[in-house]
Each structure stands twice: as C-alpha cells, then as structure tokens.
Ligand binder design. Structure first.
Ligand code: CTP
Length: 337
C-alpha cells in the first residue's frame, strides 16, 4: 500500500502526528504508512495556537521541512478552542493545489507538444562492447511526466534506460546518437517545446567491428569521431519552438552554462554540477541552476527531479508568455495602420 500511493496527504496534521513523524515513530496505520512511503507527503497542520507556537512543535516543523515534507500552512482565525491565531487548517482548495503541485498536474501546457530527449546513448565498438555513460534517464522522464501532467502531448525519445516510461507519452526508444537525432528531427516540426535532457555521447568509435575485438598485448588506441550535437542542430533548425538545453558540469557551472546558452542560441539552460551530492546521474534528486538569456540566473535548492521538472516547465511557460506578448506588441501597430 505505502509503495502504491502517489501522494500522501495528512489533513489535519495534529501536533501529536507531526511529533511522531518527525521522530520516525510508526505505532499506528497513519504513521506506519508515512514512514514506509517514498511518495511526497503533504501535511496540513491544525491545532490550538499555543500548541502551534510551542518550541517543540516549531522544532518538529523545522525537522520535517528539512526532510522534504511539504506543508500547507495553517490559516489565522478563530480556532475550535475559542482562541485567535494561527492553527486553523488550510482551505481545502489550497490543499488540493498542493496535491496538484506534488503530482505535477495542471493544464497550462494544454495544446503544446513537448519533445523530450532522455537517458544515455550507446555507441557500439564491436559485437559486444559500446561507449556509454551513467545517465539513468530520470531527469528526462520526470520532464516527460510533468509535461503530460500539465496537459501537453509528449514525445519522449529515450536512450537505453531501466525505468518505466510515464503513462500517456509516446515513447521512441533509441540506442545511438544517430538514432536519437533521427527521432528528434522526425518530431521537431510538430513540437512547440523541446527539452534536450539526454546525456549524449560526444564521440563514437570511428570503426565498428562486427567481430569481438581480441585482446592484444600493449597499450591500445581507440579512434573516435565526433557525433552530431543534437541540441545545437535543433536550435539551428527551430522555428517557433522554445528550446531548453541541459549542462552537466564539474566546475564553473554558471560560466559554462552561459557559454552553451550563447553558442547554441538557447532559450534556457538547466545546469547542474554532477559532483555535488544529491545532483546529477543516478540520484532521485537534483540541484540545478536555471540560466536565462540576458544573464539572469536562478539557483534552485535540492529537490526531487519531478519538482525540478515542474520548475523548468514554469520557466518555459513564462518564456512563452513573454514571447507571445512581445510578438503581439510588435504586430499591434501594423494592425492599426
Ligand atoms: N547534447 C546533444 N548532442 C550531443 C551532445 C550534447 O544534444 N552530441 C546536449 C545534451 O543533451 C545537453 C547539452 O547538449 O542538453 C549539453 O550537454 P553537455 O554534455 O553538458 O555539453 P556539451 O555541449 O557536450 O559540452 P561539454 O561536454 O564540453 O561540456
């Protein structure tokens, strides 16, 4: 049961329940489920104002916030005990909104077609070997899931990944950079938003041996040739699409991301330092910095990849609105002539 749920909501969350969860207690059905689930947990506290303000409760809240629990803050007003102050459970609409956010649900991408690349690529070397990387595909799959949840039609072009694709997305499975490029360009014209999150090989072996290469004595040299930079080519060929690139860095995060943004003429670069604990390959979480044209930078705290996806899509929606606004402002004087 705890494994099957998508989001756990505790409303009202009493001072007692908060204390038990903060200390990992599991002596009833609710707290046992809470301890056993990996789903996001939303807490809507409700209690007497003195209990709310008690340092013990405030300390428990601090612990829970630090562990990633989500809160729908209590309202201020007359409480059941007759006192006035914070402690009244949040409105149902606010709790529902927190659930939508946790599940990355909404409708602001209705009518959009989102093309996502995800996962690693594999460049074959011989009959049994390939050059690959440690990408799990989680970030790209989270982008696909979040886009679908917000009403978009989604095409997910995925390199070999061992995770389940989200429901309701069209999945194109590929192996090499060349296959990934072919799939991307097949769908580019139909897309309005392109999120290039795959960890693509920059080089492939110059020659592919149909036989397994035999062991030879002494040092060996492998000839490599560059692959196509799919992101750069997408940016070059795009018409109306918003194009978002990713940058996996091991230092000079913002400067490197900014030069990728400028060199490839992108609308947004989502940069992460893969050496930071909790960021990058194979993790459930990510720590990213959004780098926009014109120099604006937004550093996000460590969060689940689905939440990162939500924040990236928020930025895309804002960029699209901005662009539509600019276009209508441009066309307005012409229309009035
Ligand atoms: N990318 C791509 N095709 C490639 C290489 C990279 O589409 N052949 C995309 C990635 O999906 C990512 C972005 O380019 O969105 C940046 O990838 P990254 O590996 O960080 O940067 P590179 O441009 O390859 O530069 P470098 O490896 O030197 O940092």
């Amino acid at each position: 049961m705890a494994q099957a749920i998508d989001v756990l909501v505790i409303a009202p969350a009493t001072a007692n329940v908060l204390a038990k969860i903060a200390h990992g207690e599991a002596d009833d059905f609710l707290t046992t489920t809470c301890l056993a689930t990996k789903a996001p947990v939303i807490l809507a506290p409700a209690m007497n104002v003195n209990m709310w303000e008690n340092p013990a409760t405030q300390e428990n809240l601090r612990i829970l916030r630090g562990r990633g629990f989500r809160f729908v803050e209590p309202g201020v007003g007359y409480l059941a005990c007759g006192m006035m102050g914070p402690g009244r459970m949040a409105e149902v609409e606010d709790i529902a909104r927190a659930v939508y956010e946790a599940l990355a649900l909404g409708d602001d991408l209705n009518g959009e077609t989102v093309l996502v690349t995800a996962g690693p690529t594999e460049e074959p070397l011989d009959a049994v070997r390939f050059l690959g990387n440690r990408s799990s595909g989680r970030m790209g799959y989270a982008l696909a899931k979040a886009s679908r949840g917000r009403g978009a039609r989604v095409i997910l072009v995925s390199g070999p990944a061992a995770i389940e694709p989200p429901q309701g997305v069209l999945i194109e499975r590929v192996r090499t950079t060349e296959e990934m490029a072919r799939a991307v360009f097949q769908y580019l014209d139909a897309s309005t938003i392109v999120l290039i999150a795959a960890a693509v090989a920059d080089f492939r072996p110059a020659a592919l041996s149909s036989q397994k290469i035999k062991k030879q004595s002494g040092a060996q040299t492998l000839d490599l040739v560059p692959t196509l930079d799919i992101l750069a080519e997408v940016a070059r060929r795009r018409t109306r699409q918003v194009v978002v690139g990713f940058a996996a860095e091991t230092g000079n995060l913002v400067e490197n991301a900014r030069s990728k943004l400028e060199a490839k003429q992108l609308d947004l670069v989502v940069a992460n330092d893969v050496t930071e604990p909790g960021a990058g390959f194979g993790t459930e979480t990510n720590i990213v910095t959004l780098v926009f044209p014109g120099g604006r930078v937004e550093k996000l705290e460590k969060m689940e990849k689905l939440d990162v996806a939500g924040r990236v899509l928020d930025a895309v929606v804002r960029l699209k609105k901005h662009r539509e606004h600019a276009l209508s402002a441009q066309s307005a004087p012409a229309a009035s002539r």
